[in-house]
Design a protein around this ligand. Structure first.
Ligand code: HEC
Length: 154
C-alpha cells in the first residue's frame, strides 16, 4: 500500500469510527439542538394553520396540506431528540423537564397522541373541508398543550 492510499484508508476508517460513535452516543447539547430544531419546524408549520383557522389569513387548502405534512413528519422525528442524559442536569439551555426521563411511559404516550393526531390532520387536510380541518387542528393543538404542561418548563 502506498502512502496516499494508507492515508485514505486511515482517514476513511477514522471517519467511520467517528460517525458510529456520534450516532450511538450523541452529545447532550447536540441532542438538545436537534429537538429544538424539530420543534421549531413544528411551530413554524403549525402556526400558519392556526392563523387560517382563526380567520387571520385566508383559508388555503393546499397550504394546510403542506404544513400538516411537515408537522406529521416532524412528529415522527421528535422522539429521537430525547435520548437519556439530555435533560436539564446535563444542558443548561433546555426547557425539557427531568420528568420526561423519570416518567418515560407517560411522555411516550403523549408523544404517541401527538403523532396520531398529526397524522389525522394531514389526512383531514387532504379532504379540504375547512370545518373538519378546524376540528382536527384543535385536537392536535390539545396534544401540544398536554405535553408542554406536563413536560416543558413555562
Ligand atoms: C411529547 C411532548 C411534546 C409534544 C407532543 C409537543 N411538544 Fe413542543 N416541546 C416539548 C418539549 C419537552 C420542549 C422543550 C425542548 C427543549 O427546550 O429542550 C418543546 C419545545 C417546543 C418549542 C420551542 C422550541 C425551541 O426552540 O426552544 C415549540 C415552538 C414547540 N415545542 C411547539 C410545539 C407544537 C406546536 C406542538 C404540537 C403541534 C408541540 N410542540 C408538541 C414537548 C412536546
Amino acid at each position: 500500500m502506498n502512502k496516499v492510499s494508507q492515508i485514505l484508508v486511515g482517514g476513511a476508517l477514522g471517519l467511520s469510527i467517528l460517525t458510529a460513535a456520534s450516532a450511538a452516543d450523541p452529545k447532550p447539547q447536540d441532542t438538545v439542538d436537534y429537538r429544538k430544531s424539530v420543534y421549531t419546524i413544528i411551530g413554524w408549520n403549525f402556526a400558519p394553520i392556526g392563523a387560517m383557522m382563526k380567520g387571520e389569513v385566508p383559508f388555503d387548502a393546499a397550504a394546510v396540506v403542506r404544513h400538516a405534512q411537515y408537522v406529521e413528519m416532524m412528529s415522527k422525528a421528535a422522539p429521537e431528540g430525547f435520548t437519556k442524559g439530555s435533560g436539564p442536569d446535563a444542558v443548561k439551555d433546555t426547557e425539557a423537564k427531568p420528568e420526561i426521563w423519570t416518567n418515560w411511559d407517560k411522555f411516550e404516550a403523549k408523544m404517541n397522541d401527538f403523532q396520531q393526531e398529526a397524522a389525522k390532520l394531514t389526512e383531514v387536510a387532504k379532504g379540504g373541508n375547512e370545518g373538519a380541518i378546524k376540528a382536527q387542528f384543535g385536537k392536535t393543538a390539545e396534544t401540544c398543550k398536554a405535553c408542554h404542561k406536563a413536560f416543558r418548563k413555562d
